[in-house]
Design a binder for this molecule. Structure first.
Ligand SMILES: Cc1cc2nc3c(=O)[nH]c(=O)nc-3n(C[C@H](O)[C@H](O)[C@H](O)COP(=O)(O)OP(=O)(O)OC[C@H]3O[C@@H](n4cnc5c(N)ncnc54)[C@H](O)[C@@H]3O)c2cc1C
Length: 421
């Protein structure tokens, strides 16, 4: 060991959507925070990057939304969902004053977050890979051990260790955080960035094939294609043809447009993403946040938004503990309970949608929604995070929807149980 380990209040492993906001919020409250990442920023990652209004509201509350707007990312104020012959378009009510959504490149967004953590007073160390969590004799996490890009091993000690290190979390593995509510992933994703297209923000699905498009930085349109895993081998044999084939199949006019005018400006990014899961996210001296502790299919675009929301919840809990208002492990256990409760609706909806086929229940609801301007508005507000999905899908709410649009008795399908769909 080459140096005396410094001491921090909180050590955060991972500096993207969960880690940097957590570090920033704690540092702003005067806590001594270290955040480390094996990446060096600006850094891309294999993830599309749609941000819901409820996530943007967190950025706004932290004073970072105007900074994001100034990066030139275009605002989006209209959404289109198409599934088979069913089409629903509209946009949410303002959510905490946010009237638009964005799809910022991760190179831009993640750097902005890392900079904000540093400005708040957190110590940020890039190109540092964590190999281990350190424990005291009672099994309490007390620090980390890792390696710099030059191969130098270093240890850091802190009162609390947080894993914000994504789906393959080393912290989760070392503390033995078991997974629960695991649901196997169903799909794979290919995406890239195109010039020459002027499509709307849209998400279209037909016959277990899906694509979505969204404007992002540099006048480019992000286009993402999703299919079920059984199609992977065939798709991978000719990615250009597979990508084009999905759009041709789902929306032939846009397929023709892509062929005629679209120019792919960057290589395809591809991923067989991880299963849907929760992991136990609190224990003696440690916590997990972001994808390290809770992950779901990317198709509803909620990972970044949830990482923001849950980083703030965890920062509040850690502050209670560090300031002596509550025993720290109890405060953090409360964070994990609240995260699980508040995220269940999005988790269930995401898992249901990831089948790329509407269940009879979702088909009935969306058919009715497409016929009611008021419920369309409610639906998009739910999608944006401004209205709980549990309330949207509650039997009394759906019964009123079916009444309004005159759904015949046979089509009035209600949720199977609590926590549905
Ligand atoms: C194909 C795809 C598309 C997606 N699209 C969207 C979308 O449109 N909108 C949305 O909101 N979400 C989307 N997501 C989900 C989103 O990417 C994640 O939910 C989000 O990145 C989680 O943030 P995080 O900070 O928890 O983890 P990550 O972004 O994974 O960051 C973890 C960080 O930890 C670092 N790290 C890991 N291990 C170590 C270690 N041992 N030592 C040091 N550092 C370490 C990594 O370098 C990384 O920087 C998508 C995901 C995928 C796979």
């Amino acid at each position: 060991m080459t140096d005396v380990p410094p001491s921090f209040d909180v050590i955060v492993v991972g500096a993207r959507c969960a880690g940097s906001p957590l570090a920033m919020l704690l540092a702003r409250r005067g806590h001594r925070v270290l955040v480390v990442d094996r990446a060096s920023f600006p850094s891309d990652t294999v993830s599309t990057h749609f941000l819901h209004q409820s996530g943007l509201a967190r950025l706004n509350a932290w004073g970072l939304l105007d900074r994001l707007r100034k990066t030139g990312v275009p605002p989006l104020r209209q959404m289109l969902f198409v599934n088979g012959d069913l089409s629903v378009s509209g946009f949410a009510d303002p959510i905490d004053g946010i009237t638009e959504v964005y799809c910022p490149r991760r190179t831009v967004l993640d750097s902005l977050l890392v900079d904000a953590a540093r400005e708040a007073g957190a110590e940020v160390i890039e190109r540092f890979g964590v190999d281990d969590v350190l424990f005291d004799d009672d099994g309490r996490a007390v620090g980390i051990r890792g390696t710099t890009s030059d191969g130098v091993e270093r240890e850091f000690r802190g009162r609390f260790v947080v894993g914000a290190d994504g789906v393959n979390s080393v912290v989760a593995a070392r503390v033995g955080a078991e997974a629960y509510r695991t649901v196997p992933a169903t799909g794979f994703v290919y995406y890239s960035y195109f010039s020459g297209l002027d499509w709307d923000y849209q998400n279209r699905t037909r016959d277990e094939r899906q694509f979505a498009s969204c404007w992002t930085h540099d006048d480019l349109m992000m286009v993402v294609v999703m299919r079920k895993r059984d199609a992977y081998r065939e798709f991978r044999a000719d990615v250009d043809a597979g990508f084009q084939g999905v759009i041709d199949h789902v929306a032939p006019d846009l397929g023709a447009d892509l062929r005629a005018r679209g120019r792919r400006e960057e290589p395809f990014r591809a991923i067989h993403y991880a299963d849907n899961y929760y992991r136990r996210s609190h224990g003696p001296g440690w916590a997990l946040v972001g994808d390290a502790g809770y992950h779901k299919d990317p198709l509803t675009g909620y990972g970044i938004t949830d990482a923001f929301v849950h980083a703030e919840l965890l920062a509040d809990a850690l502050h209670l503990g560090l300031s002596g208002a509550e025993p720290i492990d109890e405060a953090v256990a409360g964070y994990a309970r609240r995260r699980d409760r508040d995220s269940a609706g999005v988790f269930n909806l995401t898992v249901a949608m990831s089948e790329l086929t509407l269940s009879p229940f979702l088909g009935a609801v969306l058919t009715a929604v497409s016929q009611s301007p008021g419920y369309r508005q409610k639906f998009f507000t739910m999608v944006g995070g401004g209205y709980p999905s549990e309330e949207f899908f509650a039997p009394h709410n759906l019964a009123a929807l079916y009444d309004e649009v005159g759904t015949p008795a046979a089509g009035r399908i209600l949720p199977a149980g609590a926590g549905a769909p």
